[in-house]
Write a protein that binds this ligand. Sequence first.
Ligand code: FES
Length: 167
Amino acid sequence: MTLHTTAPEEADRLPASAKERILEIVADCRSLEGPLLPILHAVQHEFGYIPEGAKPVIASALNLSRAEVHGTVTFYPDFRAHPAGRHVLKLCRAEACQALGGHALGDQARAMLGIDWHETAADGTITLEPVFCLGLCACGPAAMLDGELHARLDADGLAELITEIGR
Ligand code: FES
């Protein structure tokens, strides 16, 4: 069995209380089959993102390499590297929605918000994220604003959503 050590420099940047909470989450989930994803989801739920310093803590606790944890975090677009804004707008970037005009909506959202994918507006109002299918493929383009689904979104509908959140 290979033992992996925690990188002290990153893990130590986490406040002790955060490290403790992450270890509690690991303890709660470690008996699950394939515990890494549930742990990462729980950490993001708790902190709003995956703190860089959480990765070596999780890696060490699960006896994984930091590269394995980092690779999983970066593979799934749902995991954030930074805290999200007060609102989170997710636009579907999967094929069915792209065929129905999703690409133009992505361009419109980025232009209206002045941010790119995965970014948060400087005033903290909103984070723009791509998603890859929201289960509304027949009613695309689809979006989700703060957990609420929106189907058949067009340019006017998107502008309305963005105006509603004060942008
Ligand atoms: S492809 Fe967009 S909701 Fe499925």
